[in-house]
Design a protein around this ligand. Sequence first.
Ligand SMILES: [Zn+2]
Length: 385
Amino acid sequence: MTTCRVCASPLGKVAYEASAPALTSMMAFIDIPTLVFVCDDCGHAQCADLPDIETFYDTTYRISLESDDHDQIFAVAADGSPIYRTDHQAAIGLRLLDLPQGASILDYGAGKATTLRKMCTARPDLHPHVFDVSRDYVPAWDGWVTGEDQATYTVPEAWAGRFDAIISHFVIEHVAEPVAFLKTLHALLAPGGRVLLSMPDVAANPGDMTVADHLNHFSTASLKRALASSGFALETIDSTAFPGAFFAVAMRSEVPVVIEEDRWEATAAAAKAKEICAFWKQATNRLDGAAKQFSGKRAAVYGSGFYGSWICSRIEADVDFRVFLDQNPKLQGSTLFNRPVLSPANLDEDVDVVFVGLNPLKARAAIAGQAALHRPGLELVWIEG
Ligand SMILES: [Zn+2]
């Protein structure tokens, strides 16, 4: 990589580097090294290109396709019932966009478009359209989006300037050219139309930095820059409604948007991104050391998400790695990398060491409440120093 995906400034040397394999957001390993670069001009952090990106999204990347149960649980309500990610996204979208009656809305990179479907259930006056770079999702669209309002692979020319609003949830982090992507959305909106984007906030969830198919790791600074460069007037960046993510709303501008460079903000974003890269460097060293230290010992990994999968890849050659532990009842009873996922309370007495695979910003608090992990003789390994 030689130039920044957002501002096209020359990039310096790699900020984080790890040997193959790399882990994708779908918890699959691909045989490429992990390379992260940080732009000193706009503060944007970015990963190197994926090989054959079109095929990856057409046939490999199948989020939430198997069943509705794969709709990730976002939180657990006070009464113990799960709150699903798409319910939460739909509610945020309706609140932030405040759509006019009968608005024409497009879900761009829709997947199954569950979020849009839920918005339309709440607002039957909305006119839904869907687009994705795969035909895998067509069966999920049929029945509530008319055929002429569905598009795959390419967007019909007739859709230019059509939409009052576009939603695009957790898509922009995957695209190689985010400014070109935003210009495409700009051209699809009617004058005054608005876009709602969501994307990971790497500062709140450092694991995002090494996800192989997340080519972009936005900061507030680099997101502002990308939106202005593509002709959008920023209205809101919300970093609290959805923990670990940004939700941004911006309006199509008919005149070029002045790029207000905030040196302090960009410099701070670059420094934060480099700090996260340094964290991963020490985490990798620490884990490799622990794998050798506990070589042959019976081990469990707490957390069957991204961090746990990453730990599995680093330790399985050395330790006797038997089970994943996860608090999420929807995941208990499943398997990951040929190991069962169990409730933490069901940890076997003979396990010697537990590797904690959670967001390091939240791990200590999460483990403090797990009585089964505090028995004498059980070692805990943390990825943060
Ligand atoms: Zn840049």
